[in-house]
Write a protein that binds this ligand. Structure first.
Ligand SMILES: Cc1cc2nc3c(=O)[nH]c(=O)nc-3n(C[C@H](O)[C@H](O)[C@H](O)COP(=O)(O)O)c2cc1C
Length: 300
């Protein structure tokens, strides 16, 4: 194991770099370019109990310092993921983190129940940014009490480590992070996209409303990681606008124990392997033998 090796949720990973959910398809798509086993773990596209077709096009919009997406959580459903896509990860001997969602508590539970423990399933990542249809569409992640009860319910039905992925669109993210921790979350992923809209000036319309990601989000994500890492003792996976190794290192210094890379892959499909190589080279040149040496090292 090299200087990037980490231990999270009682499991060892060869490096702390993963793709962000929804930005690498089912991972097999990237194979002609680089091997999925390059990453410490692969995060699945958000899965649900039943398949979803997603939204009509346009689904993505390029912004000056980021992008807006409105994919609509398209996925094949959790059962088909395990019959059709999981064997690929077994063949590649690559740990996965299963991102999942629902539009009601029952949907989250029935999805999580279908995921049986396996040595390659490192954790479940619960996307709490989804709208709760029973509460007029307000996102689960917006209220500490809802986050607490959702995390607690899922913890009650699975032995797989559970990561709560939080939305930054809240008044007090630290309070939400504490609620997730107190309910038993084994880790947090910070952050999901921010709500945004695009305006097409030529057509004078709004072609897309969706989630904003990319470099424009990075300072928001860094603040979330910095504040929450001081508030809870569980590992935090930092995500939002990481484009290169320096960006990734900043997240560790802010208090993250691992990072995910999303939008950068749309700009450069080799971004993830380049980030991993760049982080390792930086540690070696700084004379550090472990990434842990720089975790949470910022001072006021
Ligand atoms: C095209 C696209 C699809 C996404 N799909 C999901 C998803 O299914 N589940 C989820 O939790 N987050 C999803 N996200 C959010 C990312 O995982 C990540 O939190 C966000 O994009 C910020 O990271 P980035 O700036 O590196 O892209 C998606 C993001 C993009 C751009």
């Amino acid at each position: 194991m090299g200087p990037l090796a980490v231990e999270l949720f009682g499991k060892k990973f060869k490096n702390p770099v993963m793709n962000a959910s929804g930005t690498l398809g089912y991972a097999v798509e990237i194979e002609p370019l680089w091997g999925v086993e390059t990453m410490g773990a692969c995060v699945t596209k958000g899965l649900s109990a039943l398949a979803h077709h997603g939204n009509p096009v346009p689904r993505v919009w390029e912004e000056r310092h980021g992008m807006i997406n409105s994919i609509g959580l398209q996925n094949v459903g959790v059962e088909r993921f395990f019959s059709d896509h999981f064997p690929f990860f077994v063949e590649k001997n690559t740990p996965i983190i299963v991102n999942f969602f629902g539009f009601s508590e029952d949907e989250y539970l029935s999805c999580a129940e279908k995921i049986r423990p396996h040595e390659l399933i490192a954790a479940l990542e619960m996307n709490l940014s989804c709208p709760n249809i029973k509460k007029g569409g307000i996102s689960f992640g917006k209220e500490a009490s809802t986050v607490y009860s959702m995390v607690r319910s899922v913890k009650g039905i699975t032995d797989i480590p559970l990561i709560a992925k939080l939305t930054p669109e809240v008044k007090n993210l630290t309070e939400i992070a504490i609620a997730a921790y107190e309910a038993g979350a084994d880790g947090l992923t910070l952050i999901n996209t921010l709500p945004a809209a695009a305006v097409d000036v030529k057509k004078r319309n709004v072609p897309l409303k969706g989630g904003l990601s990319g470099p424009i989000l990075r300072p928001v994500a860094l603040r979330a990681v910095h504040e929450c890492s001081k508030a809870v003792p569980i590992p935090i996976i930092g995500v939002g606008g990481i484009m290169d190794a320096q960006d990734a290192l900043a997240f560790f210094m802010a208090g993250a124990s691992a990072v995910q890379v999303g939008t950068a892959t749309f700009v450069d499909p080799f971004a993830i392997p380049k980030i991993i190589a760049g982080m390792e080279a930086w540690l070696v040149s700084a004379g550090l033998d472990s990434i842990r040496a720089i975790t949470g090292v910022t001072h006021e």
